[in-house]
Design a protein around this ligand. Structure first.
Ligand code: NAP
Length: 267
């Protein structure tokens, strides 16, 4: 059974690693190509957008994909919506692998906001020295805030307009608790803005904020498409894949033609 994993996360890489070589499963991972030096999953990898819903639907059909796991980042809402539409049109099973969000703890001072725009409105009332850790996309939502100073941390340089007072720090997790503590102290951070991405790699900043008693603006995840089947762990996604492989042997394949492999590469 040929499986497409929509990736760009640690969980997607782990799933590709676990599933590649599993009897009966043929895995191809897809990356958007946003990060300059991505950490590649093992096995077959393709890079770049598909060209919207129609492009994804054609790619699935041309490549004989029989099941899809969307293991993209919880904030990658567009590709997740496209996956729902394209697989529904073809009758291909789709699973979302989403790690749980961060868990609030006693002593936390979190303020949940629905999106970047509300985060930008709210941050102006909370502090003067902001740790902005929302990735490189979306920083422009804060560009009009001239009074605050921003420490902007991302893997690659942010795109679009930037707030006038800022420092850019390029770094990739996992982040160490001691280093996060020192960073917040050294930059005299008095408010943190982050997305509810979840995961241990990036949670140390929340521990450091709790210890310092400073507020965290937590941007909520966008909703998944209606009726989505979701699992929280790589192990559960593996179980789903195995179940698909078992039931797939009884199902007629939706394979179109599989000649269009020119855009794939082996890592
Ligand atoms: P997005 O807004 O949901 O997607 C925008 C477009 O990027 C999609 O329409 C699609 O282009 C393409 N795309 C996204 N993920 C893809 C994938 N895995 N394979 C092929 N094409 C993909 O996504 P995003 O927020 O820009 O994130 C891009 C990628 O970075 C995601 O795969 C995600 O897992 C990863 N990531 C995102 C964040 C975040 O905060 N958003 C953080 C860490 C990692 P077409 O319409 O042309 O197919």
């Amino acid at each position: 059974m040929r499986i497409l994993i929509l990736g760009g996360t640690r969980e997607a890489r782990e799933l590709a690693g676990d599933a590649t070589g599993e009897h009966g499963l043929e895995i191809v991972s897809s990356l958007a190509g946003r990060v300059r030096a991505p950490v590649l999953p093992s096995g077959e990898v393709r890079v770049g957008g598909f060209g919207g819903v129609a492009g994804l639907r054609n790619w699935l059909s041309d490549n004989g994909v029989e099941a899809v796991v969307d293991a993209t980042h919880p904030f990658a809402a567009t590709i997740s919506a496209h996956a729902a539409e394209a697989t529904a049109a073809l009758g291909v099973p789709l699973l979302y692998l989403r790690r749980p969000g961060y868990a609030e703890q006693p002593g936390d001072r979190w303020i949940r906001v629905p999106d970047l725009a509300v985060a930008a409105e709210t941050v102006a009332t909370l502090g003067e020295r902001v740790f902005l850790t929302i990735g490189r996309q979306g920083v422009a939502a804060f560009a009009h805030l001239a009074e605050q100073w921003f420490l902007i941390r991302a893997i690659d340089p942010p795109t679009g307009a930037l707030p006038p007072q800022h420092e850019i720090m390029l770094a990739r997790g996992p982040f160490d608790p001691d280093a996060e503590r020192s960073l917040l102290a050294a930059r005299r951070i008095d408010v943190v803005v982050t997305k509810d991405s979840g995961g241990a790699d990036t949670s140390a900043k929340l521990d450091a904020a709790r210890e310092r008693g400073i507020p965290v603006l937590m941007i909520d995840r966008p909703p998944l498409p209606d009726g989505a089947t979701v699992v929280p762990t790589v192990a559960a996604a593996m179980e789903w894949l195995r179940a698909q492989a078992r039931s797939g042997t009884d199902r007629p394949s939706n394979v179109g033609n599989r000649s269009n492999h020119s855009s794939t590469a082996r890592s």
